[in-house]
Design a protein around this ligand. Structure first.
Ligand code: FES
Ligand code: FES
Length: 178
């Protein structure tokens, strides 16, 4: 028996009919053709299926699709564009953080979760954050280097944006005149 659910993915609502036992990763790939989310193990070990759920990295093979209703889901398709890569995508490219690319969407979304909570992680903190994501060909050093590079680029961008923010006129309380 199928149930109608509406999944909010990459900012767009998708109405689908799913069996209650359907995993989120199956619905993403098989029903919605969002095949950037990979399946490596189907048993919650490899992290290839990682997506963001309300900004937090989750393994989409561990969630039923019906559980994801009402939450904001981000897949790699909603992360940067070919014309304007996210800093993490640029860094993985520049620092050779991938070879076959199978683990890369999951690695990048996992790193995005980390950097949203900790903009300046240590190497140990990066390694801890990605320990649930397995890479079988690149090795982890370049991946860690890429995440460090992206973190530095994102911090620099945030500092530039902050410096460009006009200061409030002296003596004007926050919200005054609104
Ligand atoms: Fe989900 Fe491996 S496919 S953790
Ligand atoms: Fe091939 Fe990680 S780049 S598995």
């Amino acid at each position: 028996m199928k149930h109608p659910v509406t999944l909010m993915i990459n900012g767009m609502a998708h109405a689908v009919e799913v069996e209650s036992r359907a995993l989120l990763v199956q619905v993403l790939r098989d029903d919605l053709n969002l095949t950037g989310t990979h399946v490596g193990c189907d048993t919650s070990q490899c992290g290839a299926c990682t997506v963001l759920l309300d900004g937090r990295a989750v393994k989409s093979c561990t969630l039923f699709a019906v559980q994801a209703e009402g939450h904001a889901i981000t897949t790699i398709e909603g992360f940067g564009t070919p014309e304007q890569l996210h800093p993490l995508q640029t860094a993985f490219w520049e620092k050779h953080g991938l070879q076959c690319g199978f683990c890369t969407p999951g690695m990048i979304l996992c790193a995005a979760d980390l950097l949203s909570r900790n903009p300046d992680p240590s190497e140990a903190e990066i390694r801890h954050a990605i320990e649930g994501n397995l890479c079988r060909c690149t090795g982890y050093q370049n991946i860690v280097t890429a995440i460090q590079s992206a973190a530095a680029a994102m911090r620099a961008k945030a500092e530039t944006a902050f410096a460009a923010t006009p200061a409030k006129p002296a003596g004007q309380p926050a919200g005054a005149g609104v």
